[in-house]
Design a protein around this ligand. Sequence first.
Ligand code: OAD
Length: 240
Amino acid sequence: MNKIEELKEILKNSKKIVCFTGAGVSTESGIKDFRGKDGISKYTDTPIEILISRPYYETHTKEFFDYYRKCFNCIDKEPNITHKFIKKLQEDGKLLGVITQNVDGLDKKAGIDNVYEIHGSIYNNHCTKCGKSYPPEAVFNTDDIPYCECGGIIKPDVVLYGESLPMDAVMNADRIVDEADTLIVLGTSLVVYPAAGYVDSFHGDKLVIINYDSTPYDYMADLVINDKLSNVISKLWYNE
Ligand code: OAD
């Protein structure tokens, strides 16, 4: 059986699928990933783990926002075939939910209901002083540090290196991984923790990894496909 046939068979036999996604899911919507062949880490001398960290935000606030705006402004982007494939799993009653490391909001834009954004979202922004919430434009439509009317800094609820993950999303992600019969990992290098640990804690039947590059967890998977996501998904019965 070739790998696509194997994947079709797994999808057919699965009843409780969890998709665990990363930046590679959104590259075909025109958003750069971090560590892929054209990822944003290729364009800076300073590691991204520093540029999008809490200490950098605190000590180099203006530079942090300049970099954040350059890399994370994707409010005009649209879901692609992979988001639509996940939505189709939902329509077929097979999807428990999506655990995503992405902050671009494209899963929700695609109409997927149970999305757990464990690295936060560019769509949630709060004043660090008074707590007032702001739309993403408040951060993206300025060249400066975004300030609230009270004088506090408006900070995106995007999890920076050195910050903890949002408790709600993590609790829900733990719950659905525990219940899943199939975990499909899509478009992530699986090098960032604790997120990548979901692969370790999965104890269902089938682990599938679909990613262009190989990952440190490939040896654990029942099926690994190292290809472009649109190539894989367009060959399934879930077509656009
Ligand atoms: P990475 O950039 O580390 O990994 C993306 C993976 O997707 C790479 O291995 C690519 O080969 C693969 N890829 C890219 N486009 C693809 C396509 N069209 N089809 C198939 N594979 C494709 O992104 P993440 O694993 O999501 O954290 O990175 C994890 C975290 O690191 C991010 O959430 C972010 C970053 O620091 C925060 O912002 C907190």
